[in-house]
Design a protein around this ligand. Structure first.
Ligand code: BTN
Length: 235
């Protein structure tokens, strides 16, 4: 299903995939780069992208409503978490933090950036195999630092296989099974969370994910849906 285009160095694999989408590249086109010099993260942040990690963007042409984009983002997080588990020693398990951070030992090991351009969906994934950024406000982790296998190509192939499997489930059975797999890797229901949405902060107890992929928080004012922002457990 996937055709991989490999580059030594690009600005951003998401930008490269966007360019290919504009030129009519087919469903399943994958851009993989050893290094990015303008890697992008969520909320217009830069993504640290030296050689030694996985940087990948997958172009999908799906007949779906734009409102379903968050489902794909959570689906990708589950596929990345499966991949991380397969690369780490037995019984080490990746956890998920909404919307799509993949964590090992509480440190962010991967990031996901889903974009929609010219009737195509682009799923960008960065996975810290050898290196993690310094000078960031959050804890980080890497595959190698977690005693895992240091092969970027193995990571890429595992990820594409897991994505293909979860996409097939999503297309036949809908978002339900993906949502269950996501929630099984997240903090337990009832965990106190703080959601930062721009200048607005909401605090409440984690109540799961709704059928559209929004985070549910039980706050003193009632149940709130969080559709964008940063989440942190309240300690
Ligand atoms: C995040 O902020 O957590 C998302 C990071 C996404 C990074 C990946 S690396 C491959 C692809 N190309 C980019 O420029 N960004 C994504």
């Amino acid at each position: 299903m996937f055709t991989v285009q490999h580059h030594e160095k690009v600005g951003s694999t998401n930008d490269e995939a966007r360019r290919l989408a504009e030129q009519g590249a087919p469903h399943g086109t994958v851009v993989h780069a050893d290094e990015q010099i303008a890697g992008r993260g969520r909320l217009a942040r830069a993504w640290y992208s030296p050689p030694g990690n996985l940087y990948l963007s997958i172009l999908l042409r799906l007949d779906m409503a734009l409102a379903r984009l968050p489902e794909l983002s959570l689906l990708t997080a589950v596929a990345v978490a499966d991949t991380v588990d397969a690369l780490l020693p037995p019984r080490t398990r990746a956890a998920l933090k909404w919307p799509n951070d993949v964590l090992v030992d509480g440190g962010k090991i991967a990031g996901i950036l889903v974009e929609h351009v010219h009737d195509a969906t682009i799923i960008g994934v960065g996975l810290n195999v050898l290196h993690a950024p310094h000078n960031v406000a959050y804890k980080t982790s890497t595959i190698v630092g977690s005693k895992g296998m240091a092969s970027v190509d193995t990571a890429r192939d595992l990820l594409l296989a897991r994505l293909q499997a979860h996409l097939a489930v999503w297309q036949t059975d809908g978002f339900g099974p993906i949502r269950d797999a996501w929630v099984a890797r997240a903090h337990p229901i009832g965990t106190p969370l703080r959601a930062a949405m721009g200048n607005h902060i909401a605090e409440g107890l984690f109540a799961g994910i709704d059928p559209d992929g929004a985070l549910l928080l039980d706050t003193p004012e009632g149940r709130k849906r969080v559709v964008a922002g940063d989440i942190a457990p309240i300690t």
